[in-house]
Design a protein around this ligand. Structure first.
Ligand SMILES: [Zn+2]
Length: 343
């Protein structure tokens, strides 16, 4: 299988994470590794150096290497120096399975010989293609490492949140289960840790996999609302998937019906309990909040903000994707709205 040019691999990488809601800045287009990019979402700014190759079947011919072995061949570099504050990604794209795989850059800062290769099992790539994520604990001559494979829909999540997976060591086997775990299952996983170190590591892993679920919520909600704010209709890559029932509440879910697509302004106003959406989808302004803003002298722009609001939000065309009245009510209640406004 012929390798894809580095510039093309990076182009595809950037297009993928942009589609799922980030803005990517690339100060200079580089034809040699690494590519330097800045990935921006409403939650986070992540500076990355990306070393990417094409994943190919293992070399050496039949009988020499296991048939399920896939690998990248790290050509034209001598190691991956690490830069503080920068996420260094060491990975490959598998055309065969339509997924990315990443090794732990911290274990490959220097190479002892030229153009070494890094391996991953075809089963790991295949699992990532179906579940969105898979990990493989890999004991090697240079030490143990965790390889992480992700489907394109989970790439942005991996870039911003995936580092703890490389620290998961033998807990790596639980990652796929944690991707779909209930709060009770998460609790059992945490409580069965054998040491404080393991307990801390497991906690990181649970948090990371919660972010994974959140990351799958976003594309589903954005798609249901045609990537536009349900209040002002703007797109401009400034639209978030807001949870109606906040994720801290036990009944919160990552179903589309617990989401609304809101631009950064209206998302902020919704979470601050300034702007609300009633159970009939009517848009309301919270009098307690406007009084409070007035009291503390932070109400400039309020009249203009109010004058631009439509009466109701725009809901998804598909009825199954629309927010449920119960959730909309609970969403206001949990944000401290006065009882008479909640109906
Ligand atoms: Zn808006």
């Amino acid at each position: 299988m012929a390798g894809i040019r580095f510039s093309q691999l990076i182009d595809n990488f950037i297009t993928t994470i942009e589609r799922y809601g980030s803005t990517v800045l690339q100060p200079e287009i580089s034809s040699s590794r690494p590519a330097n990019i800045r990935v921006i979402t409403s939650e986070q700014v992540t500076d990355c150096k990306i070393f990417l190759w094409t994943i190919t079947p293992g070399g050496g011919g039949p009988g020499v290497r296991p048939e399920s072995e896939r690998r990248i061949q790290m050509t034209n570099i001598s190691g991956m120096p690490l830069w503080p504050g920068v996420r260094t990604l060491l990975g490959g794209w598998s055309q065969e399975f339509g997924v990315y795989a990443f090794w732990d850059a911290r274990r490959h800062t220097k190479f002892s010989f030229r153009s070494p290769s890094l391996q991953v099992d075809a089963n790991t790539l295949e699992t990532a293609g179906t579940t969105g994520i898979a990990t493989q604990f890999r004991p090697t001559k240079e030490g143990e490492e965790v390889v992480v494979a992700v489907a394109p829909g989970s790439l942005l999540w991996y870039v911003q949140n995936g580092l703890p997976l490389h620290n998961s060591q033998d807990d790596a086997a639980f990652v796929v289960d944690l991707a779909a775990a209930s709060p009770e299952e998460e609790r059992n996983f945490l409580d069965s840790a054998q040491s404080e170190i393991e307990s801390a590591r497991r906690y990181d892993l649970v948090e990371t996999m919660r972010a994974f679920r959140d990351a799958s919520f976003r594309p589903a909600v954005l798609q249901a609302y045609s990537y536009k704010c349900a209040v002002c209709n703007c797109d401009l890559k400034l639209v978030d998937a807001a949870h109606i029932v906040p994720i801290t509440h036990p009944t919160s879910t990552d179903e589309v019906t617990n989401g609304i697509a809101l631009c950064r302004l209206h998302h902020g106003a919704y979470d601050n309990a300034l702007l609300g959406v009633k159970s009939d989808c009517q848009i309301v302004i919270n009098p307690n909040m406007t009084n409070r803003l007035h009291e503390i002298g932070l109400d400039s722009g309020l009249e203009e903000f109010k004058s631009r609001l439509p009466d109701v939000i725009r809901v998804p065309a598909s009825i199954e994707a629309r927010p449920t009245p119960d959730r909309l009510r609970l969403g206001l209640k949990l944000r401290g709205w006065p009882e008479e406004q909640i109906a």
